[in-house]
Write a protein that binds this ligand. Structure first.
Ligand code: BES
Ligand code: ZN
Length: 597
């Protein structure tokens, strides 16, 4: 047997499924999806076919002609789940698996009505990246195997379903009170881009090829926030080549969504914490849109090459930001990213193998290895290539790279070979080997000039010496400048300092979550009680891991905030996505007086 991917049972020597046909029924009462997955093979085949599954019951397997296919479930493996070994009769073109998911499928979060904006209807969303698609559909869950798909999803009225696919009509379901939503995805995607959400949804047109879906209560705010999407798509096409996915729609999820955004093709999933009211957080949309080229068109073969996906996307996001808003705006984004990079380096330690770009993850849960390293170190590596090649040459290289590998999934080594062909000698000149295979940040890491960052960080660092920005100065700061100022303050301040900041900057009442969470992190680290109610409120409502980690982390500094953290977590844990719960629990475990649970 030849493993294709350390996180999949898929076998390189076996037939591959090229197309999926899903017929699913969403049962909120049982927190299960039931249905069939038909896997169409690339050629008629016989013999063993290994699939991945996790927390999922396979009930019956048949071929296209109705012949029973013997199957055997392997032992439960903590990270990989259970192998499903089918034994195909000779000449099989299609296998149909009848199956049902389980309530604790890691790809799915089932929300009670209270967890939604409307409060009246339940909500379901999936998050398949990196290796959770196998808990939604039994398949070969490796990015190396791209598939096209079509789906029919039956839900109870008045709920609606959306998928990472084009809509292909809807109609009454087989049972009374149900509706069926149909989808077709003609472009081949890695399984981690399968996506489904079900809820009370409305949509608003944003432009010729985009709309935003959200609950009725948030859809107007969402339409306002993301009104400029078409301009970004158009600029991105100039930089990276044609947009190949037809439409770019977005879905705003309930606040427990564990990420800021997820680049599900044709339907980016977004956290509602982006709805700041002033379009100041659309860089997340820019990032997810950029994945339409760097990621969804050219992605990592498996999670050991994840940097190819996120590093290029962060680079593309900032390249776009610069094209749209200028060098100073991009400079601040790099400065904010640098903080994230420092945090991750500190968390793992600069010698940790998790700080390599090309990682080795056999036996390791990719969710555990997740950090800002592939993003920010990856983007810095791409930048040094860009600087060495020169902007015009590198812009051409990027377009060629995307055109060459579109709709494939590649390794670091395939990228390097292409780089050497196109720009001979460049990899050696920047010491690509050290960047890709060594831990830490190489000494030739690119610097990003930003006068605003320098001024703001000097001002913030002088805070303990009594230096304060004036009201007019504060009023003139953009959200990014405000964030950079806060990020450069000491992590612990005296209470008079906290009170001054909150009064002068109106921080506790902010609707921009980047600013709010940075402030609450400093306030919690300072044991500053007036912010505790807001802190509690955020931790009980929002499941975005990027926010839970620093907030729970800062609460570890003082006995009073440690107690608060434990109390809030006990209340919030059942509401959190399993990933968020795990992150919060692991942060709490590191608190000084943590008691084993
Ligand atoms: N694809 C990622 C999210 C992800 C990565 C989910 C790995 C599961 C496993 C998405 O594109 C992303 O990077 N989101 C960021 C946005 C940010 C970098 C602008 C986030 O959620 O914070
Ligand atoms: Zn990303």
């Amino acid at each position: 047997m030849a493993r294709l991917d350390p996180h999949s049972h898929a076998d390189a020597g076996q037939p591959r499924a090229r197309h999926l046909r899903l017929r699913l029924t969403v049962d909120f009462e049982a927190s299960r999806i039931e249905g069939t997955a038909a896997l169409q093979l690339d050629a008629p085949a016989g013999g063993p076919l290994d699939l991945d599954s996790k927390a999922l019951d396979v009930l019956e397997v048949r071929t296209e002609s109705g012949a029973a296919v013997p199957f055997e479930m392997g032992p439960e493996e903590e990270i990989l789940g259970r192998r499903v070994r089918l034994t195909l009769p000779e000449g099989t073109r299609e296998v149909r698996l009848r199956y049902r998911t389980s309530p604790d499928a890691p790809a799915l979060q089932w929300l009670a009505p209270e967890q939604t904006a409307g409060g009246e209807h339940p909500f379901l969303f999936s998050q398949c990246q990196p290796i959770h698609a196998r808990s939604l559909v039994p398949l070969a869950d490796t990015a190396r195997n791209r598939v096209t798909y079509e789906a029919e999803v039956e839900v109870a009225e008045p709920l609606a379903a959306v998928m990472s696919a084009g809509p292909a009509g809807e109609g009454p379901g087989a049972r009374p009170g149900t509706r069926v939503f149909r989808f077709v995805m003609p472009q081949a995607i890695p399984p981690y881009l399968l996506a489904l959400a079900v809820g009370r949804l409305e949509s608003r047109e944003l432009g010729p090829r985009s709309r935003v879906y959200a609950e009725p209560e948030t859809v107007a705010a969402a339409a306002h926030e993301f009104a400029e999407t078409e301009a970004v798509i158009a600029r991105a096409e100039e930089l990276f080549g044609p947009y190949e996915w037809d439409r770019y729609d977005m879905l705003v999820l309930p606040p427990s969504f564990p990420y800021g955004g997820m680049e599900n093709p044709r339907m980016t999933f977004l956290t509602p914490t982006l709805l700041a009211g002033d379009r100041s957080l659309v860089d997340v949309v820019v990032h997810e849109l950029a994945h339409s080229w760097t990621g969804n068109l050219v992605t990592n073969a498996d999670m050991e090459h994840f940097w190819l996906n996120e590093g290029f996307t962060v680079w593309a996001e900032r390249r776009l930001l610069e094209a749209l808003h200028g060098g100073e705006a991009a400079g601040l984004a790099w400065a904010i990213g640098e903080k994230a990079l420092e945090e991750s380096m500190e968390r793992f330690g600069a010698r940790s193998p998790f700080t390599r770009l090309r990682t080795e993850l056999a036996g390791i849960d990719p969710d555990e290895a997740f950090s800002s390293i592939p993003y920010e170190k990856g983007a810095r590596f791409v930048t040094i290539l860009e600087r060495e090649a020169g902007r015009p040459r590198f812009d051409r290289f990027m377009r060629d790279y995307i055109a060459r590998f579109r709709f494939t999934s590649i390794t670091t080594e395939e990228f390097l070979a292409f780089l050497e062909d196109e720009l001979p000698g460049l990899a050696a000149r920047v010491d690509a080997r050290a960047w890709l295979y060594e831990p830490g940040l190489p000494a030739n890491a690119p610097a990003f000039r930003s006068e605003r960052r320098d001024a703001l960080s000097a001002l913030a660092q002088a805070f303990p010496r009594g230096e304060r920005p004036g009201p007019a100065e504060i009023a003139g700061w953009s959200p990014a400048e405000t964030l950079v100022y806060l990020q450069n303050l000491p992590r612990e301040l005296d209470h008079a300092g906290c009170a001054w900041l909150d009064a002068a900057m109106g921080l506790t009442g902010r609707g921009n979550y980047e600013i709010l969470v940075e402030w609450l992190t400093v306030a919690a680290g300072s044991d500053y009680e007036p912010t505790f109610p807001r802190l509690r409120e955020v931790l009980l409502r929002v499941g975005r891991m990027k926010y839970l980690r620093p907030l729970y982390g800062a609460m570890g500094r003082h006995p009073r905030t440690r107690a608060l953290a434990r109390a809030v977590f006990a209340e919030a844990a059942p509401l959190y996505h399993p990933l968020s719960r795990r992150v919060a629990a692991s942060v709490l475990e590191k608190h000084a007086d943590a008691t084993p649970s």
